[in-house]
Design a protein around this ligand. Structure first.
Ligand SMILES: NC(=O)C1=CN([C@@H]2O[C@H](COP(=O)(O)OP(=O)(O)OC[C@H]3O[C@@H](n4cnc5c(N)ncnc54)[C@H](OP(=O)(O)O)[C@@H]3O)[C@@H](O)[C@H]2O)[C@@H](O)CC1
Ligand SMILES: Nc1ncnc2c1ncn2[C@@H]1O[C@H](COP(=O)(O)OP(=O)(O)O)[C@@H](O)[C@H]1O
Ligand SMILES: [K+]
Length: 505
């Protein structure tokens, strides 16, 4: 996959870039640029509306103070409330001195802000303690104002820029104008709920580079996955091809009562273009010998599939509805053994079993992809789900390193890590996907892309993006997010792949 044009910077990397930019540019350049960008955004989108700016004690507050002056110069009615502070950093202090008289209000923010633009310049990436009572009261006021547009500068106050963890009362932005570089916390976990639309302004630092920290603790830099990064998804097919050109995939899953999970993964693989799809059912006496709604799938008892040496299986997907009993553990061990030289996607119950029986996981010669949701990731890493969610990027990378695997840590703002720790956050998707079976569909989709020869980077990240984009596309058509079903994601993903000009970016 080509290097993407949308970097995400962890806070340590961002501070390093900030220092490099400050050294490369004349003093006091960045804050006026940040305020100018905010002023332009407000004038372009909401000209004519009054603006209320809430300012904090640091440079984020400084951005707000300069913005107030610029809007005032542009004859926009502005009111400012600023938190009490003993000493401001130098740039913010200049902004404070230059603030025109009459804009600053006393006490707590008040009045009806209907139709106004409320700007959150309370805290940016420097927030490192719990919010104090004044800040919480001001945020509550801002979040309660109906009919107002809420704009956050750099990051909504209360949101963690690295992890997307939102403190109670975090600002609810309609738009976040973020500076220098985009941040993972705006896109994963609670990030999307609080950041709204994210607009990035690099403040003219596009050419600035910084020696980034290489310590294991910081997440460094990654990328946001967007359609532009998924070009190989959309390569058209040559005429001179046949089913063998697009790979043979086998799904091993479907224990007792869970046939549907294996069928969803298999149908997804078929619709995403795999040439042939086998379904190995782990249930002792499978009731189904054929998927009547999808007779193209070749259903087999697991033993028969695993014993079939000449099936030409080029990719395995294992775990969907497999179950977690002893029989399932045996099927997983047998499948991982058969698949050790074949690209493999490991999902769902197979991940739980791997965590419980690490000795039964054979050394691998081929690449593999683990697709845990947070609870499965927690089991694989021997921690609790909260610890996974507390830093999704760091934990996805830990897991990838532990298993030398590609990892897809699912949930709002899915995080992908390569075995060597390169990470991305998915830019597509919505809560319509919070329904049973969508994970099975994702596993089948990634498997199908691998079967068709996409490299790991493209198949994993492309599959994750397409899965989310399909949910967005369905929602745009009124099919979800509420009540969207996993099966519907399959057809929508096929549609998007064949008609890339459609919708979601
Ligand atoms: N530098 C640059 O190149 C650029 C920076 N820019 C802008 O600056 C922002 C970063 O500025 P920043 O580092 O000053 O951090 P910021 O978020 O304003 O807050 C720090 C202040 O808050 C305080 N504090 C922290 N937690 C607290 C709490 N819970 N409750 C109470 N106080 C608390 C903390 O005090 P301390 O704990 O250190 O005593 C300190 O005084 C960045 O997001 C962007 O908007 C842009 O202009 C572009 C270029
Ligand atoms: N709120 C959400 N926003 C975006 N994607 C979501 C959300 N909730 C779930 N998803 C996605 O839906 C899929 C659910 O997978 P999983 O939890 O394994 O479900 P299942 O096991 O039922 O198939 C994952 O791809 C996940 O990223
Ligand atoms: K802010």
């Amino acid at each position: 996959m080509a290097a993407t044009s949308h970097p995400l910077f962890g806070s340590t990397a961002l501070r390093a870039l900030e220092h490099a930019a400050q050294s490369a540019l004349p003093p006091h350049t960045l804050m006026p640029r940040a305020a100018q960008a905010a002023c332009l955004l407000i004038l372009q989108r909401w000209r004519g509306r009054p603006v209320t700016i809430l300012c904090g004690p640091g440079n984020n507050g400084g951005d707000g103070l300069v913005l107030a002056r610029l809007l005032n110069q542009a004859s926009v009615p502005v009111r400012i409330w600023a938190l009490n502070v003993d000493k401001r950093p130098a740039d913010a202090e200049r902004a404070w001195r230059d603030l025109p008289r009459g804009l600053l209000q006393s006490g707590d923010p008040k009045g009806d802000a209907k139709g106004a633009v409320i700007v959150d310049a309370l805290f940016g990436i420097g927030l490192h303690r719990d919010l104090d009572a004044d800040t919480r009261r001001w945020l509550a006021w801002a979040n309660e104002q109906e009919g107002a547009v809420r704009v956050a500068l750099d990051i909504p106050t209360g949101l963690d820029a690295d992890t997307g963890e939102a403190r109670e009362g975090t600002f609810m932005a309609d738009v976040t104008l973020t500076f220098l570089r985009d941040k993972p916390g705006l896109h994963t976990r609670s990030g999307q709920d609080h950041a709204g639309e994210v607009v990035v302004d690099m403040l003219g630092t596009d050419a600035v580079t910084a020696a980034l920290p290489s310590d294991d603790q910081s997440i460094g830099t990654g990328n946001l996955i967007r359609r532009a990064d998924c070009k190989t998804l959309f390569v058209s097919r040559k005429h001179d091809t046949h089913k063998g050109s697009f790979g043979t995939l086998a799904v091993l899953g479907g224990g007792h009562g869970m046939t549907g999970a294996a069928l969803l993964a298999s149908r997804a693989a078929l619709h995403l273009g795999a040439g042939k799809v086998f379904v190995g059912l782990a249930e002792a006496n499978p009731a189904l010998s054929c998927d009547l709604l999808q007779p193209e799938l070749m259903l087999r008892p697991a033993a028969s599939l695993l014993g079939k040496k000449d099936a030409g299986i080029g990719v395995w997907v294992v775990g969907c509805g497999l179950g977690t009993d002893q029989g399932a553990a045996d099927w997983l061990a047998a499948t991982l053994h058969a698949a050790r030289e074949t690209p493999t996607v490991v999902d769902a119950d197979a991940l739980i079993l791997m965590a419980a029986n690490p000795k039964r996981v054979p050394a691998r010669k081929a690449a593999w992809v683990l697709t845990p949701h947070p609870r499965e990731a927690a089991q694989l890493l021997g921690c609790d789900t909260a610890a996974i969610q507390a830093n999704r990027v760091a934990q996805a990378r830990r897991l990838a390193a532990k298993y030398s695997a590609w990892v897809v840590l699912k949930g709002a703002g899915t995080v992908v890590s390569s075995p060597d720790g390169r990470w991305s956050v998915n830019g597509s998707g919505n809560a319509g996907l919070a329904t049973a079976g969508t994970g099975d569909v994702l596993a089948g989709m990634i498997g199908a892309l691998l079967a068709q020869g996409l490299d790991m980077d493209d198949a994993v990240r492309g599959g994750v993006w397409l899965h989310g984009a399909a949910a967005q596309d369905l929602s745009a058509r009124g099919i979800g997010p509420i009540g969207l079903t996993a099966g519907e994601v399959i057809a929508a993903a096929r549609d998007l792949r064949n008609r890339p000009e459609n919708g979601v970016t």
